[in-house]
Design a protein around this ligand. Structure first.
Ligand SMILES: [Zn+2]
Length: 506
């Protein structure tokens, strides 16, 4: 009997097994939360490279990644449960704790049929760039609502990463301008802080002679500049030294930009990880000094998505180079719809396609008195025949709740926005990607794209290796430890299995 009972306990969820967090630790709130995101960081990278990383070091002299690996709660396979893992989607989920279907950020860009053009996920008619397209609040927003003196600052080479991590109420969200020549912000955030001036002077004075690229956004220099700026924000804004908890969010975009250009298996990418290790160590040093130790810091590290390995070796021959040619598919869909609806017209049935979404020409369909759902259903038949396509979802199926309960179906239900995604969205077989000039691309819900590492390190956190963990769990866990209201659309769970529990009484 005892064995049976023990077996049942093992099968229980980690939440049920967790012991309570010590009241003393809970009441002693962190003074500073640092959230570090590495753009396109595969779940297995730190395992693969652990021997080459700097030693973990000590609290007084911390190492880089190994310091986190030793002192943090480490989820090697934290999961994005979305159809398409990409920058906007990931960065919106991390600090809102919600899926795209609720928070609105379902793609990096979508087609606005009224404007007849693509809209970037943070594009805004009023301020150029703002978080207005994000419907959810973030951890930082709730911190500022609850504690009037909390400061929220975000820094990233990519504007979308800085904006979505910063949320609606960030004091400053700072990114690199499109020319890659200076750090900047938008009118949404008001006047840029003077502490970006020194880094901007440094950028304009130093010729870009990085080994990997002449472009700052695609070089190790970009990572160095981002973390230097984050350190500047830390000291100049006296983060963590004020009366209320502050938040500093950083995203290292260069990893993604280089990974796309060179592929994740290139030696340059390993070199980049080692450079990140050095820069992280330097940043930890600044952080430790400013905070006079680690007891008041809650440090979170994760990634917005992964990346597949070399595709051509992993695909059957009929899928050729693994590139899905959307434009060729559109021609086939147009031909199929012409025949199915007996319509001959030069105007196309599909007005736009990108990121595996297809937008139908609604005006054209209405003018011919056809039902949009019927056209979607015919277009689905044609798309399903295209090489590499293993699933096609339509808007009407989503609205009718007729999405299958397999992995792609569940991911689609978490991800799809009828007002932003296409009328049709396809799922390609693993290792196939939309045709492009890039050496490697993500944008899928397959394992290599959706699993990323997650670290939580802080006074209330018990170091060790943890299984499971979802990206939507980060925000509710941080809010819980801060004692603030979770973000408005937060739907993850508190990762209470990582908490240092009360000592059992003797
Ligand atoms: Zn990317």
């Amino acid at each position: 009997m005892k064995f049976i009972f023990f077996g049942c306990l093992l099968m229980m969820s980690p939440t049920l097994l967790a012991l309570p967090l010590a009241t003393e630790s809970y009441l002693k709130k962190p003074k500073l939360v640092v959230v570090l995101v590495i753009d396109q960081f595969r779940g297995e990278l730190l395992n693969k490279m652990q021997k080459e990383l700097k030693p973990a070091g000590t609290a007084a002299q911390p190492g880089g990644f190994a310091f986190l690996m030793k002192n943090g709660a480490w989820f090697p396979h934290a999961e994005y449960e979305v159809s398409q893992a990409m920058t906007c989607v990931g960065h919106a989920m991390i600090l809102s704790g919600s899926y795209p279907t609720l928070n609105g950020i379902s793609l990096n860009q979508w087609f606005d049929s009224k404007a007849g053009k693509r809209i970037g996920c943070i594009e805004d008619a009023r301020d150029g760039i703002s978080p207005r397209n994000l419907f959810a609040t973030t951890v930082g927003d709730e911190m500022k609502t609850s504690r009037s003196k909390s400061k929220v600052i975000s820094v990233a080479v990519k504007d979308r990463s800085a904006v979505l991590l910063g949320g609606h109420r960030a004091d400053h969200a700072i990114w690199l301008n499109s020319a890659g020549s200076a750090w900047t912000t938008s009118t949404y955030y008001g006047t840029p802080p003077t502490w970006i001036d020194a880094e901007n002077r440094r950028l304009s004075a130093s010729p870009k002679k990085d080994l990997l690229s002449k472009n700052l956004a695609a070089s190790i220099e970009g990572t160095q500049s981002t973390l230097r700026l984050a350190a500047q924000a830390l000291t100049e804004e006296k983060l963590g030294r004020g009366p209320d908890t502050d938040l500093l969010a950083i995203s290292l975009s260069n990893h993604d930009i280089l990974g796309h250009a060179l592929g994740p298996e290139s030696p340059e990418m390993e070199k980049l990880v080692l450079a990140e290790d050095v820069e992280l160590q330097r940043f930890f040093g600044v952080l430790q000094k400013q905070m006079k130790g680690w007891s008041e810091v809650l440090f979170v590290m994760t990634a917005d998505h992964g990346i597949p390995g070399t595709p051509t070796k992993l695909l059957p021959p009929e899928n050729g180079d693994g590139q899905f040619d959307a434009l060729a598919s559109i021609r086939n869909v147009n031909r199929h719809l012409d025949e199915a609806f007996k319509v001959r017209s030069k105007e196309p049935w599909i007005t736009a396609t990108f990121l595996l979404n297809f937008y139908l020409n609604e005006k054209f369909i209405q003018e011919r008195g056809l039902s949009l759902a019927a056209v979607e259903s015919e277009a689905k038949k044609a798309l399903a025949k295209e090489p590499g396509v293993i699933e096609v979802f339509t808007r009407q199926e989503f609205l009718d709740g007729k999405i299958s309960d397999n992995l792609p179906g569940r991911q689609f239900k978490n991800s799809y926005r009828p007002d932003r995604n296409g009328h049709l969205q396809i799922v390609l077989r693993p290792f196939m990607v939309a045709k492009s000039e890039l050496t490697a691309n993500h944008m899928t819900g397959w394992a290599y794209d959706r699993y990323v590492p997650l670290f939580l390190m802080g006074n209330s956190i018990s170091p060790g290796i943890y299984a499971g963990g979802k990206i939507v769990d980060i925000a509710p866990t941080v809010s819980f430890l801060l004692g603030t209201v979770p973000p408005s659309m937060s739907e993850g769970r508190v990762l209470s299995e990582t908490f240092k529990s009360v000592k059992p009484s003797k």
